[in-house]
Design a protein around this ligand. Structure first.
Ligand code: GLN
Length: 608
């Protein structure tokens, strides 16, 4: 097992996660078979499930229901792997593990301490988890990227730093390398190297020895700056990797590649690439070719090819709160050959109360909504902004404009329909109003109804398309598979008691769970695209394998879905596309989008 540690200095939030994922992607391109990734978050929370998205960005959900840091989403997307909750390590988790062992008597007679018990616990965890197969080959990975959150020098990361120092020795020569991500601020037009010098000094005094220094800078780093860093940090100029701000995050791997990152790591690991089987080398090259072709094509889209998507949410101040949603929109927009413009609308600004308090915000929000090509209401929790989201769903349904409701966005679309089509004026959700007369959305935990903790429906679950739903566009986009697997994260569901009334009024519940009790997908028939899904398809979207609901939504917003001929849809339905790790296929793989927009993605061989 070879490890690449990605750590940070100066400040956090400067793209360590992206550099880690991009490094992984690059290593894949030289034919390394399987890469895996572990994220260390030195906070005390056991997982990210209870953390505010407005502070930490979205909570990413894995197949196994693990609620983890959004960086694991980046790894899954860039490395095309399926990770487990064990790939996310927090201080809380490690302490819980060590304390449980202490209670069981595993350390009987010993004083349990940070060093060696916590530090050993961290290393053992990493060594075990790095070996978990993460793709359908079911083989042990070759390389594990470890990203250490926060910055070296933080009090809370100290045990992890010490564990990393020891892991380097344990892994042995040629099996461990470290990339330290630092910041080069520009002050008065001058690129400053002092913070980086200090960051390297801090890392070294903690016993770490970074092999490569990735310098983040708002502008291109000039040679003199790189040389100065090399000189003062006692490294070769080639070990200084300059990472300036780029237009699209998809360009970061290109930037790293240009500076020879792969060769550097190859050398550090003394990798004998001649022993890599030709088939894998070819696959790696194809991955690289596809990545280049797709991500550089983005700039060539014309302004006239822009589609405006209104994202009507609650956490719009921090766009990372909806990272996977944004990424999924991007994947689909690239597939449809359109430039994506996401218009962020704070849902409460669409509400009447805002008209009084801040007419400007109200009118701006409505202007943004009215001029959008499609409306997306993502997942969320709690009451704030939900009336605004219902108004957005109503707008999209009646205009009609393409609508995609994710989880809460589906629940609210159902409430809107109940209120305005079925005449149940007080229809609501128990989550938002416990006293509602018409509880169209109710609490339906899988296990225990009495406790609030641990009762979320989490992870991969099946949705079965119902008989008589062959007309469904979404079903066709899922390649007409009878059953699909998507990830979930919710407590509430559409109330089964209202299904008959809603269905009779024209709201089609086309997908249900295995027992037929839980409503998973709603779709309107006579509408350009009006879909609500109880699951979160964004967690499985990939650059070259856009998620079907997002793809349909973007295609409809671009006016392409309506144009899709019966023949194209039929082709999509019958073709035998390539599957992802959950056995799903979609319209991109089998040519639906090719037929619509003439972009050719179907012959991609890389599968990322
Ligand atoms: N709050 C809703 C529920 O718990 C929706 C959750 C979500 O959108 N992820 O069911």
């Amino acid at each position: 097992m070879k490890y690449v540690l990605v750590s940070g200095g100066v400040i956090s939030g400067i793209g360590k996660g992206l550099i880690a994922s991009s490094t992984g992607l690059l290593l894949k391109t030289i034919g390394l078979k399987i890469l895996t990734a572990i994220k260390i978050d030195p906070y005390l929370n056991v997982d990210a499930g209870t953390m505010a998205p407005t502070e930490h960005g979205e909570c990413f959900v894995l197949d196994d229901g693990g609620e983890v840091d959004l960086d694991l989403g980046n790894y899954e997307r860039y490395l095309n792997v399926t990770l487990t909750r064990e790939h996310s390590i927090t201080t809380g988790k490690i302490y819980q593990h060590v304390i449980e062992r202490e209670r069981k008597g595993d350390y009987l007679g010993k004083t349990v301490q940070v060093v060696p018990h916590i530090t050993n616990g961290i290393q053992e965890w990493i060594e075990k988890v790095a070996r978990i197969p993460v793709d359908d080959t079911n083989e042990e990975p070759d390389v594990c990227i470890i990203e250490l959150g926060g910055t070296v020098g933080d009090i809370e990361s100290a045990p992890f730093i010490e564990a990393m120092r020891q892991l380097r020795r344990r892994a042995g020569r040629d099996n461990f390398c470290q990339i330290h991500v630092s910041l080069v601020p520009v002050v008065g037009g001058e690129q400053k190297t002092k913070p980086t010098q200090q960051a390297i000094r801090d890392a070294r005094s903690a016993g770490l020895s970074p092999d490569l220094i990735a310098c983040r800078c708002q502008e291109r780093i000039v040679e003199a700056t790189a040389n100065k860093i090399a000189m003062f940090c006692q490294v070769e100029p080639s070990q200084v990797i300059a990472v300036h701000d780029v237009e699209s995050t998809y360009h970061v791997p290109l930037l790293l590649q240009k500076q020879g990152l792969v060769d550097q790591i190859r050398e550090l690991f003394r990798l004998d690439t001649s022993s890599i089987p030709q088939a894998l080398v070819k696959k790696g090259e194809a991955t690289w070719h596809d990545w280049n072709a797709l991500t550089t094509s983005q700039e060539r889209f014309l302004e006239s090819e822009t589609i405006n998507i209104a994202l009507v949410g609650k956490y719009t101040n921090l766009h990372d709160s909806y990272l996977s949603v944004s990424k999924s929109l991007e994947h689909s927009a690239m597939a449809c050959h359109r430039k994506l413009k996401t218009v962020w609308i704070d849902a409460s600004n669409l509400e009447k109360a805002t008209l009084e308090a801040s007419p400007e915000s109200y009118h701006k929000a409505w202007h943004d909504l009215c001029t959008a090509d499609g409306v997306l209401v993502p997942g969320g929790f709690g009451h704030r902004g939900t009336e605004g989201m219902i108004a957005a769903a109503n707008w999209a349904r009646t205009k009609p404009k393409p609508y995609l409701g994710i989880c809460l966005g589906m629940q609210l679309a159902v409430i809107e329909y109940a209120r305005n089509v079925c005449g149940m004026k007080s229809a609501g959700s128990i989550e938002l109003d416990a006293q509602t007369d018409n509880p169209v959305v109710i609490f339906m935990p899988e296990i225990d109804k009495t406790t609030m903790g641990g009762n979320m429906r989490l992870g991969l679950r099946a949705t079965n398309f119902q008989d008589g739903t062959e007309w469904s566009r979404l079903r066709k986009l899922y390649n007409n598979q009878p059953s699909i697997l998507e990830r979930h994260r919710h407590r509430y569901e559409v109330n089964p008691e209202y299904i008959e009334r809603l269905s009779e009024a024209g709201l089609n519940f086309i997908g249900k769970d295995d027992k037929g009790e839980r409503m998973e997908i709603v779709e309107l028939k006579d509408h350009p695209f009006f879909v609500g899904v109880q699951f979160h398809p964004e967690y499985l979207s990939r650059v070259l394998r856009p998620s079907p609901p997002y793809l349909g939504f973007i295609a409809a917003s671009a006016g392409l879905l309506q144009q899709a001929t019966a023949a194209t849809l039929a082709k999509a339905a019958s073709a035998n596309g390539k599957g992802n790790h959950t056995g799903q296929t979609n319209g991109v793989d089998n040519g639906l989008v090719n037929g619509m927009s003439q972009v050719s993605l179907s012959d991609s061989t890389s599968g990322f």
